[in-house]
Design a protein around this ligand. Structure first.
Ligand code: ZN
Length: 165
């Protein structure tokens, strides 16, 4: 297992709609282990496969490890089945946008379904930071960044501070 390099925006690999994982192979198990290593080393609380240049619907998250409660979750082919009408706005960082915090509004709970590395399907209602984290990482699988949640003026201000051309 090893940490891999994290791509940063505007790398075009971050804006691709990723296809599903067709089969859970040893390569996928190695990828997931490397993604956890990469996330913890960054250090971050979530990482999606396209952030390390792999175009597949797979992300890892561990929203609580920084509070001393490690709880890694590997989400293969995740999908959101339902969400609250209530939204909350919070500042979100992203390992692919270092140094940038974007205010993003998202549903406060989501019902997500995904498969784990053993092919077992999980369906869970996520709330709080776990809901935010899952939605952020799922966005990456659709080629979306936090920047895609704000209007053109805000995006321009953020990118000027980020140093984008
Ligand atoms: Zn991100």
């Amino acid at each position: 297992m090893s940490a891999r390099a994290i791509l940063t925006w505007p790398d075009p690999q971050l804006t691709v709609m990723c296809p599903p994982v067709a089969e859970i192979t040893d390569d996928i198990r190695l990828l997931a282990a490397d993604m956890l290593d990469t996330m913890y080393a960054a250090p971050g609380r979530g990482l999606a496969a396209p952030q390390i240049g792999v175009q597949l619907r797979l992300f890892v998250m561990d929203p609580t490890w920084k509070q001393g409660q490690p709880d890694p979750t590997i989400c293969i082919n995740p999908d959101i089945l339902a969400h609250s009408d209530t939204v909350a706005t919070a500042g979100e960082g992203c390992l692919s946008l270092p140094g940038v915090v974007v205010q993003v509004s998202r549903p406060t709970w989501v019902r997500m379904v995904w498969s784990d590395l053993d092919g077992i399907v999980h369906e869970e209602d996520l709330t709080g930071f776990r809901a935010l984290c899952a939605q952020h990482e799922l966005d990456h699988l659709d080629g979306l960044m936090t920047l895609d949640h704000v209007d053109a003026a805000q995006r321009a201000d953020i990118l000027a501070a980020y140093g984008a051309p």
